[in-house]
Design a binder for this molecule. Structure first.
Ligand code: NAD
Length: 339
């Protein structure tokens, strides 16, 4: 069993912990919090040993009825691998601790590529992660882009990608995030940082991205255009998407044409937390014009898609499963990604 610790039990960390706990070859040895808030109570309910970043706060946790198993340093020493899901920018500061104890660690997309020196996506570069000490699972948007771009590039060759991201303002629980009533160009400059982030995994892809933030919490929406090197048909693209377990095709017959309906669908399927781990690609939007000009819309559930990638990254770094397809199959089955 691979012993996993989750440093930062928040939006991503709590999902990673549950996904790891569901795997046949992994176990959660601890999760960490800074304050005795609602998520600390959830960790207690789940039976995950709770460690705290600042051990002087132990009393405030215990007063709230939450048992503290020790400090983050104690937790790290017990783990084979640490998933650092602290807020963007905080994780970098933990690197010295992981190095001190000679542990493997995975950061999330809020950290720069340089923190780990290696960025990961299961479908694109699983084999390169085998045995690595450090890795970074790219952001939700970059994960969604890498999955579809790599698939199309492998089949037809991609000459150029143009992508616009309509980004959610905050996660549903982020009451302090916005905007409430605006479309914010974020960043206002073009290209946005998402293109270079895709290139941290797919260095040969020519890509220009732009992004804006809108008043919604459920998901991001991408508008993608790929200029292909070799001609393709809409049917061929659909077949490739169907064969990829982390690309979901949204059929016209469902009537789903929005992120709200898609999220409702995931909830009705009884996905944990209504999580949609796969890209939600709208079948009717897939168009191939003049043989080599591919367009599509895809919805990306920001809280979910990176979770299954993180589980694969753990397995690759542990070196226990050698191929992406094998790891993806184990991960998908364990979390319930079956359709
Ligand atoms: P979050 O704020 O929801 O959770 C972070 C957790 O870390 C909180 O529970 C907080 O208590 C804890 N924490 C803060 N400082 C800590 C410290 N020093 N030691 C231990 N724990 C600490 O953040 P999040 O949204 O889950 O983001 C985590 C990472 O995942 C970031 O890199 C982010 O960019 C990335 N990410 C987030 C999303 C998303 O939609 N939220 C999507 C993809 C990637």
């Amino acid at each position: 069993m691979i012993k996993v610790a989750v440093n930062g039990y928040g939006t991503i960390g709590k999902r990673v912990a549950d996904a790891v706990a569901a795997q046949p070859d992994m176990e959660i040895i601890g999760v960490s919090k800074t304050k005795p808030g609602a998520e600390a109570f959830v960790a207690k309910e789940r039976g995950y040993p709770l460690y705290i970043a600042d051990i002087t706060k132990k009393e405030s946790f215990e007063k709230a009825g939450i048992q503290v198993a020790g400090s983050v340093s104690d937790m790290i020493q017990k783990a084979d691998i640490i998933v650092d899901a602290t807020p963007g920018g905080v994780g970098e500061g933990n690197k010295a601790l992981y190095e001190k104890y000679g542990k493997k660690a995975i950061w999330q997309g809020g950290e720069d590529h340089e923190v780990a020196g290696f960025s990961f996506n299961s479908s694109c570069n699983y084999a390169e992660a085998i045995g690595k000490q450090f890795a970074r699972v790219v952001s939700c948007n970059t994960t969604g882009l890498c999955r579809i771009i790599n698939l199309i590039d492998t089949a037809f060759g991609v000459k150029k990608v143009r992508a616009t991201m309509v980004r959610r303002g905050g996660d549903p629980g982020d009451v302090k995030r916005g905007p409430i009533d605006a479309i914010v160009l974020n960043p206002v400059t073009i290209p946005s940082h998402h293109g270079p982030d895709v290139q941290s995994i797919l260095p040969n892809i020519n890509i220009v991205t732009s992004a804006m933030i809108v008043p919604t919490t459920l998901m991001h929406m991408h508008f993608l255009n790929m200029e292909l090197k070799n001609p393709a048909t809409k049917e061929q693209v659909i077949e490739l998407i169907k064969a990829h377990s982390r690309l979901g095709l949204i059929e016209k017959s469902t009537g789903i044409i929005s992120t709200a309906e898609l999220k409702e669908y995931a909830c009705d399927l009884l996905r944990p937390r209504g999580d949609l781990w796969e890209n939600g690609i709208f079948k009717d939007s897939i168009s191939v014009l003049e043989g080599t000009d591919l367009y599509l819309f895809q919805a990306i559930h920001q809280e979910a898609d990176v979770v299954v990638e993180t589980v694969d990254c753990i397995r690759a770094m542990a070196g226990s499963v050698k191929t992406a397809s094998e790891s993806i199959a184990i991960t998908n089955k364990a979390v319930g990604l079956t359709a």
